[in-house]
Write a protein that binds this ligand. Structure first.
Ligand code: DGJ
Length: 768
């Protein structure tokens, strides 16, 4: 029997401001079950037996009651140790531990390993107490989701290993507006001796027997975040980064979905890591056919010394459950990130249309060249000039000068302020590039401080792009670099910073760390990046910060906490971008995807796609230009005002609307299609890209999504030049009004377009 009064006192399904609070956390003392509810999902954990193991019970569609602790199977052999201590080891290796630990008989993937000064490694956690409160605490020094007391609720479960005098606080926060649970763990050493954490992952996801697929986002330089889906077989499926950055190669993300799950249907469990350094995502199907996935800081090379009463905070892991396929997972992540992770004045604002000189000039520019670009650009409606790499020290190629953050006045005659003022006088804002975390061997900084580079004494550190990584875990190094950056920003009216990072970490060694702390370097480095960026946005709250890492090697939720936009990829080819942007948008709102129109033949793949198509693809992100506007073909230049018009007309919708994937070129190899619907469902924009034309198909049927079935919508093909010329044909029912239900079920017809790499925008507006 449930103790009703007890449940009522912790259950806060109250009405606030007339609205039902859709999230809840309860603890039922009778059956010792925690129940976490999001609007459409429930997550249940239970405390079992006298020893107080915390087991995972259920994660899935929302349940209306908590009496399902039988799912932990403690009544099945080998039984809990209290009943059958003879088979304790068998129990440990089969029980769905909520936060599995190392060394006491659970041989599956675990989350926590602790080495004592005597060299032992075992740890076992049992329940001590818990608290449930409104709101969510900050994670000290780490990016993390946030919410007001009315927006989210948090459960903290205190666990302990009495032998080690080690405490672990497992935190779970649920949100009223999205089916996401944010979790992290704080580990505290209450013993008299130091201990070393050799693995401190952020959490596990235990699932029952089932046929699952694993979805990850895989890539490389200029090929980031391609969606990969494969079956979860017996054994392990894992992705990771040990590069000291989240990396081009694997997004810190993994989803497990029912084999039958589609874009719109079926159960999907998504896990995303709010962190920008080394990471591990591993899913394992065990001998009993059950599944456990773990996520956290990559454990190899990691260790963290905890002195008495010190604590270690793991980064946050987001769990999302969707019973509406990948679309549902995407919406849950987008809502979480837009409402509870991204910050700052620019978050909900239209960003200035920028022109960046990287692909226009590379290192070969001076102030006159930049002003020529700015003059043309401003006349065409572009709103900001961004000066990329090459403006400082003697940086004439990527071989030198990183660390020498003084303006090169031979290149920029008259200095930076003069240039910025002149650009401002053209009615444009000014932005600038930095790569603060790096040092070139050929730099004044390196000559003065060779030990500031991350390296192992006596071993020649490996160069990548002819540069080393600065040891910003040392406060004096981080302070020096921060001051260099800030001094430049204080010296002129600079509205935007592109913070780049162009190589992974290697040869890990810090001159400032003791031998038993060298394993802390990579995490300390990531914490230092966060500290520097927090300092930057605190000192310059109006600054628009864009993170970047050789394209998109650090496109992760951690960086999103500091910058509302991140450069997606160095591949600016419109067709290559389809897969990159599809994978990125699987998790991230379009408002944060750095996307620009560049010149053709494309500098990465040599492809020539129509200027118009390049515009349509870039309009799905932050939008800007990456070309020499003074040298592109006149027809392209003349198209810019039309694209600028489209940006101003649709950016509010693209930035703030709900994103839906309608077709994937990565899957069908012929065409791509996505849609954004305004939150009040009065307007939608469909982007259709026909990559390859094929014979014998006059039109293709596309069913829309997310509209109000009862509303009537006018369907119009958007004209690229705003004048409704012949190019506006190509979609049925162009110019007609149909119900949302018709458009979603019967769909629209997109006529085949002559040629390849061509596209159309379809605009829907509610007419009643
Ligand atoms: C890599 C970035 O992704 C590019 O956009 C450009 O800023 C270069 N670095 C500059 O070195």
């Amino acid at each position: 029997m449930l103790s009703l009064s007890l449940i009522l006192c912790v259950c806060r399904s109250v009405k606030r401001f007339g609205m039902e609070v859709k999230m809840n956390i309860t603890y039922n003392q009778e059956n010792r079950v925690f129940k976490l509810d999001t609007p459409n999902s429930s997550y249940l954990m239970g405390i079992v037996d006298k020893e107080g193991f915390l087991g995972h019970i259920y994660y899935g569609k929302r349940l209306e009651e908590d009496g399902v602790a039988y799912l932990m199977r403690t009544q099945e052999a080998p039984f809990v140790p209290e009943v059958n201590d003879r088979e304790r080891g068998s129990f440990m290796d089969s029980f769905p531990m909520e936060y599995p630990t190392h060394g006491t008989g659970d041989y599956r993937q675990d989350c926590l390993s602790v080495r004592t000064k005597d060299g032992y490694n075992a740890v076992q956690l049992t329940y001590v107490s818990h608290q449930i409160y409104d709101g969510k605490k900050k994670l000290e020094g780490l990016p993390a989701t946030f919410g007001e007391e009315t927006e989210c609720k948090t459960l903290e479960i205190r666990m302990e290993d009495p032998i080690l005098s080690l405490e672990a606080v497992l935190s779970y926060s649920v949100f009223a507006d999205t089916d996401a649970i944010a979790g992290s763990v704080r580990i505290i050493n209450h013993s008299q001796e130091p201990v070393w954490l050799t693995k401190a992952l952020s959490g596990a996801l235990n699932l029952d027997e089932g046929a699952y697929d694993v979805i990850t986002l895989h890539g490389g330089w200029a090929r980031e975040r391609h969606i990969v889906r494969r079956p979860l077989e017996a054994g392990m499926a894992a992705v990771y980064s040990r590069r000291g950055e989240s990396g081009h190669q694997e997004q810190p993300f993994m989803a497990l979905c029912e084999k039958t799950a589609t874009q719109e249907t079926g159960a999907v469990y998504g896990m995303h890591f709010v962190y920008s350094g080394n990471h591990l995502e591993a899913a394992e199907k065990n001998q009993f056919f059950r599944v456990r996935a773990v996520m956290g800081i990559y454990p190899e090379d990691f260790s963290w010394k905890l002195l008495p009463e010190e604590s270690f905070q793991t980064p946050e892991m987001i769990r999302v459950f969707s019973c509406e396929g990948l679309d549902g997972m995407t919406r849950a992540f987008h809502t979480l990130y837009r409402n509870h992770l991204m910050r700052g004045k620019w978050l909900h604002r239209k960003r200035p249309i920028l022109i960046n000189n990287w692909e226009a000039t590379y290192f070969d520019f001076d102030e006159q060249k930049l002003l020529d670009i700015a003059k043309q650009a401003s006349a065409l409606g572009i709103e900001m000039l961004v000066m990329d790499d090459g403006w400082f020290g003697n940086r004439s190629s990527d071989n030198m000068a990183l660390g020498d953050w003084q303006v090169n006045e031979q290149k920029l005659k008259g200095g930076l302020k003069k240039l910025v003022d002149e650009v401002n006088a053209l009615g444009m804002q000014f932005g600038i590039w930095f790569e603060p975390e790096m040092i070139s061997p050929d730099s004044d900084l390196y000559r003065a401080h060779p030990d500031w580079a991350i390296q192992i004494p006596g071993r020649r550190a490996g160069l990548i792009r002819n540069q080393y990584v600065l040891d910003i875990s040392r406060p004096e190094v981080a302070d020096y670099i921060y001051e260099c950056v800030a001094k430049v920003l204080r010296s002129a009216n600079i509205a935007y910073v592109k913070w780049d990072m162009n190589r992974p970490l290697s040869d890990l060694g810090s001159a400032a760390l003791d031998a038993d702390r060298q394993g802390e370097l990579s995490h300390r480095y990531t914490l230092a990046v966060y500290r520097m960026q927090e300092r930057l946005i605190t000192e310059f709250p109006d600054l628009l910060l864009e993170n970047c890492s050789s394209g998109g090697a650090r496109f992760d939720p951690g960086m999103l906490y500091y910058s509302p936009q991140i450069w997606c990829s160095d591949d600016t080819d419109a067709i290559e971008r389809l897969a990159i942007q599809e994978g990125t948008a699987l998790l991230y709102p379009l408002s944060c995807m750095g996307a620009h129109v560049s010149d053709c033949p494309n500098h990465t793949v040599g492809r020539t796609a129509p200027f118009e198509t390049r515009g349509y693809v870039a309009l799905a992100g932050t939008f800007g230009y990456e070309l020499d506007v003074t040298r592109i073909p006149e027809a392209d230049r003349n198209s810019i005002p039309g694209q600028v018009r489209l940006y101003h007309k649709y950016n509010d919708l693209v930035r703030e609307g709900e994103y839906y994937r309608l077709a994937s070129y990565s899957e069908n190899r012929l065409y791509d299609c996505w849609e954004v619907v305004s939150s009040d469902k009065t307007e939608a924009l469909v982007t259709y890209i026909q990559v390859l034309n094929v014979p014998n198909r006059k039109s293709r049927r596309i069913c829309l999504k997310g509209l109000d079935p009862q509303k009537r919508y006018l369907v119009e093909v958007e004209s690229p030049d705003g004048e409704g010329d012949a190019k506006t044909a190509g979609c049925f029912p162009q110019g007609s009004v149909l119900l949302g239900s018709t458009l979603m079920n019967a769909g629209i017809l997109m006529e085949s377009i002559s040629g390849d790499y061509v596209g159309k925008l379809i605009h829907l507006t509610q007419v009643q």
